[in-house]
Design a protein around this ligand. Structure first.
Ligand SMILES: [Zn+2]
Ligand SMILES: [Zn+2]
Length: 568
């Protein structure tokens, strides 16, 4: 059995153990369901009193006792009639019994505890050794808000104590390095009641976003993209034509201008298309690559908002490439090159690719689909990296490549997409004049590599645990003096660094050098330049890195060239 399957069996058994313990401690509890999940298991129950966090250690302790008693876990099929008798006081289980097809249902038992279940367990409760209860939350019977509210107890279980320790460390880290917490601590961004779900970026947070934008601009320039800007507010008519009105209206914001209805753009594509359509285009202009750092607004329900990971307004590094079918392969190869350079720069070592192909309902001829899909396959195969084929999971208007990354805490994120589009070109009646003088439809490739700049920023913050690398840090260098006697020289060094275009600060306080260093560390500044009398006399500086390593007596020229190297 593969590891994940084995874990599932263990965690499913642990859920029974939890239910067993809860029932012993709170005998009038009505159990409902308790499945294994990706990170552990949970059990939903109706208790006569509401549980508190303080109850969890007690429940956990009872689970340990039941584990030590090493009760064999038995499972057998029984008739529905027998099951109805056993669970006659539990309306939830009775409802479940009726929902199971056939004449029999599964029953698992350990000591006196019995639960309705399909089976797949450890041999005995003693096999469930390394577990932990993680928390409480609310739920509803059958996940329906109209139904009975229930209490959910979350937990997890592993085969070794080391696995459990590792899990707890990762979980603590995830809380410690939560981007919302870091963003507040470091004064990068905030959320205010006056605009729920719309982030406020402070000077340092905005500096990071600007670095991401400049870096992408540099790549755009290298690969012949041209930057455009389209309006944020566009007539309803456009959104009706683009199909957003029919499919995306609930997520859009609207406004009225001169008694006409307008929408705040949720996507940048229609605006870009209007630029293409402005005048006739020749094959000589293709591929035409129009990029836009487009600020889009999308209405999300307040319950799903989550820091910068899920907001109601964000900036996409969006690009639309208008090209011929024959150019698709080359263009997609270029896009992946850009993506890999960017992800490498951001120190994401693990990148996974997936290709989503033609769904059952689609538009565009088979020939067009085959050609585009084969182009994407050729590019992916050219990379020599395995990719996942998601048959039938493409959009109805074309196949796409998804780029997934894994962060330092081993969590997976999908950021980049490369979407081929046969639909909007037809829909907006786009064309170009071919070499033989005929009017042809261009293909549109939608490209977004960071995806949302705000979300990418959040992922980076967590990935680097708040310690953004030199090229990305809002303050790259902090200049510190050992005593006030070096202030004049420090001012000169600071000015020179600033003039060189580096993001630098000078600590002008008269604090002890140790507290100045401490302050710079808390601010997570990657380099400190420490100036004492020795440095003043020699006309040099000392560099102290965030990890405590130092370079003593360095010429300022050398510091500038080291910085340039990292900023490149
Ligand atoms: Zn079971
Ligand atoms: Zn687009």
């Amino acid at each position: 059995m593969e590891q994940q399957k084995k874990l599932e069996v263990l965690r499913h058994s642990a859920a029974h153990l939890l239910a067993h313990a809860v029932l012993e401690l709170f005998p009038d509890t009505l159990l409902t369901i308790g499945p294994a999940t990706e990170e552990g298991f949970f059990y939903d129950a109706l208790l006569s009193r509401s549980l508190k966090e303080e109850d969890l250690p007690t429940i956990e302790k009872r689970m340990q006792e039941l584990s030590l008693k090493n009760f064999p876990i038995e499972h057998r099929q029984i008739s529905k009639q027998e099951a109805r008798e056993i669970f006659k006081d539990n309306p939830f289980k009775l409802e479940l019994i009726e929902g199971i097809p056939g004449e029999t249902v599964g029953l698992s038992s350990q000591d006196g505890f019995r639960d309705l279940c399909r089976g797949g367990h450890e041999a005995s409760t003693g096999d469930i050794k390394y577990f932990k209860l993680l928390g409480l939350s609310g739920s509803y019977w059958r996940a329906n808000r109209e139904n009975q509210p229930l209490q959910r107890i979350h937990g997890t279980a592993f085969f070794t104590s080391q696995d459990l320790v590792d899990f707890e460390t990762r979980r603590e880290e995830a809380q410690l390095y939560d981007h919302r917490r870091l963003g507040r601590q470091l004064e990068y961004f905030s959320f205010e009641e006056e605009a729920v779900g719309f982030p406020f970026f402070f000077p340092k947070g905005k500096a990071v976003l600007n670095v991401l934008v400049s870096y992408m601009r540099k790549l755009y320039a290298e690969y012949d993209y041209q930057e455009v800007e389209t309006p944020m507010i566009l007539s309803d008519e456009l959104w009706k034509r683009s199909g957003h009105y029919a499919h995306y209206k609930d997520n859009m914001y609207f406004t009225t201008v001169d008694e006409q209805s307008y929408a705040i753009k949720p996507m940048n594509c229609p605006g870009s298309i209007l630029i293409y359509k402005h005048r006739p285009r020749s094959y000589r202009e293709l591929p035409l690559k129009l990029a836009e750092f487009g600020h889009v607004h999308r209405h999300e329900l307040s319950g799903v908002l989550h820091g910068l990971l899920r907001v109601r307004a964000f900036t996409q590094d969006d690009a639309h490439i208008y090209c011929t079918v024959d150019q698709v392969e080359e263009e997609v190869r270029t896009i992946l090159n850009i993506a890999f350079r960017m992800l490498h720069k951001c120190e994401f070592a693990s990148v996974d690719l997936a290709l989503a192909t033609k769904p059952a309902k689609s538009m565009g001829s088979d020939e067009l689909w085959d050609k585009a899909t084969n182009s994407l396959k050729a590019v992916l195969e050219g990379y020599g990296k395995p990719y996942v084929l998601k048959e039938g999971e493409g959009a109805f208007y074309g196949p796409k490549i998804e780029i997934k990354i894994k962060d330092a805490m081993n969590r997976e994120w999908q950021c980049g997409t490369v979407q081929i589009d046969f639909f909007q070109s037809d829909n907006f009646d786009l064309h170009y004049i071919s070499t033989s003088g005929t009017r042809e439809r261009p293909v549109i490739i939608h490209q977004a590599l960071y995806g949302s700049l705000e979300r990418f920023f959040a992922i980076l913050l967590e990935h680097f645990k708040g310690n953004l690398p030199f090229w990305l840090a809002p303050v790259q260098i902090m200049v510190l003096t050992i005593t006030d006697a070096q202030k004049q020289y420090a001012q000169e060094v600071y000015s020179a660094l600033k003039k060189h275009g580096l993001r630098v600060n000078l600590d002008r306080s008269s604090d002890q050098i140790s507290s100045k260093i401490k302050a710079a560390q808390l601010e997570k500044v990657p380099w400190m330049i420490v100036i004492g009398q020795k440095e003043v006399d020699a006309g040099t500086v000392s560099v102290r890195y965030a990890d405590g390593k130092q370079m003593l007596g360095v010429a300022l020229e050398k510091v500038l060239s080291m910085a340039d190297e990292l900023n490149r």
